[in-house]
Ligand binder design. Structure first.
Ligand code: MG
Length: 239
C-alpha cells in the first residue's frame, strides 16, 4: 500500500530530498581516480549530518555506511571500502538516503570516471533516460505498470537487461501499461531503473550485500524520489 501524504508531509519530503541530492552530488564530485569508495562515503555522510539529517542507510539491516557505492559490474549495495581505489574508466553508482523529521529522500546516480568505454557511456545515457521516461509516466490516473513499462521498453530497445529484483517492491522497472496500482496525488514513490549492459541476471556476493551482474558486464542505476501531484510528477530529490 502506498500512503497518501498531505502538503505538510510533502514539504518535509522535499526537505529530505534536497539534502539527499546535496549529499549525492557531493559524492559524485568526489569520484576521481585514486579516491577510495570509503572517501566518497565519508563526503556523503558528512554532507547529510552537516544539514541536521540522518543517513537513512547507515545501520539499516546492519549496512555499515551512509551510501551504497557500487562500481562497474556491481549493481547495488556496494560497501564503501578504504582499500577500493576508483580508477579512470570506472562507473560508480552512488545510492544515498537522508532522513529528516522522520521523512526520507532516496536517490542514486551513476557517474563515469574520466574516459569510459563508448558502450558503457551509452548504458549510462539510456538508463538516465529510462528514469526520465518513468517519471514522465508518473501521472495521476496512470498505473504503476505504465512507469515500469516505460522503463522496460526503452531499456530493451537497446538490448539491455532490466533487473527484476531489488527495486522498491512497489515500483518494478518492468510491467504492462494500464496494470497495477492507480497513481493518485499525494503518493510518493522511488523510481530506480537498474539496467545491465548484458543480460538481466544478477547475484549477491559472499558479503551478503553487494549485488553484481551474472555476465560481469557493467550495470547502471539512477533513482529519484517523486511525488504524484495534480500538476504532474514532482522530483523531490532535486538540488
Ligand atoms: Mg536508493
Amino acid at each position: 500500500m502506498i500512503v497518501l501524504k498531505n502538503s505538510k508531509e510533502l514539504a518535509l519530503m522535499k526537505q529530505a530530498g534536497k539534502i539527499t541530492a546535496e549529499a549525492l552530488w557531493a559524492g559524485v564530485r568526489a569520484c576521481k581516480p585514486g579516491t577510495t569508495t570509503w572517501e566518497i562515503n565519508r563526503v556523503v555522510h558528512e554532507t547529510i549530518t552537516s544539514r541536521g539529517a540522518i543517513p537513512s542507510f547507515l545501520g539499516l539491516y546492519g549496512f555499515p555506511a551512509a551510501a551504497c557505492i557500487s562500481v562497474n559490474e556491481e549493481l547495488i549495495h556496494g560497501i564503501p571500502d578504504k582499500k577500493h581505489l576508483i580508477k579512470e574508466g570506472d562507473i560508480v553508482s552512488i545510492d544515498v538516503g537522508a532522513c529528516i523529521g522522520g521523512y526520507h529522500g532516496d536517490s542514486a546516480y551513476t557517474v563515469g570516471v574520466g574516459e569510459i568505454a563508448p558502450e558503457t557511456k551509452q548504458l549510462l545515457e539510456v538508463t538516465q533516460e529510462c528514469l526520465n521516461r518513468g517519471i514522465a509516466a508518473a501521472l495521476k490516473g496512470n498505473r504503476l505498470g505504465d512507469i515500469g513499462s516505460a522503463v522496460q521498453t526503452y531499456a530493451e530497445s537497446y538490448g539491455y537487461g532490466v533487473v527484476r529484483e531489488y527495486v522498491d517492491p512497489e515500483v518494478p522497472n518492468y510491467g504492462h501499461p494500464g496494470r497495477g496500482v492507480r497513481l493518485m496525488p499525494g503518493m510518493t514513490i522511488a523510481i530506480e531503473p537498474m539496467i545491465n549492459l548484458k543480460g538481466e541476471g544478477v547475484y549477491t556476493l559472499d558479503n551478503d550485500w553487494t549485488v553484481v551482474t551474472e555476465s560481469g558486464s557493467p550495470s547502471a542505476h539512477f533513482e529519484h524520489t517523486i511525488a504524484i501531484t495534480d500538476n504532474g510528477p514532482v522530483i523531490l530529490t532535486k538540488l
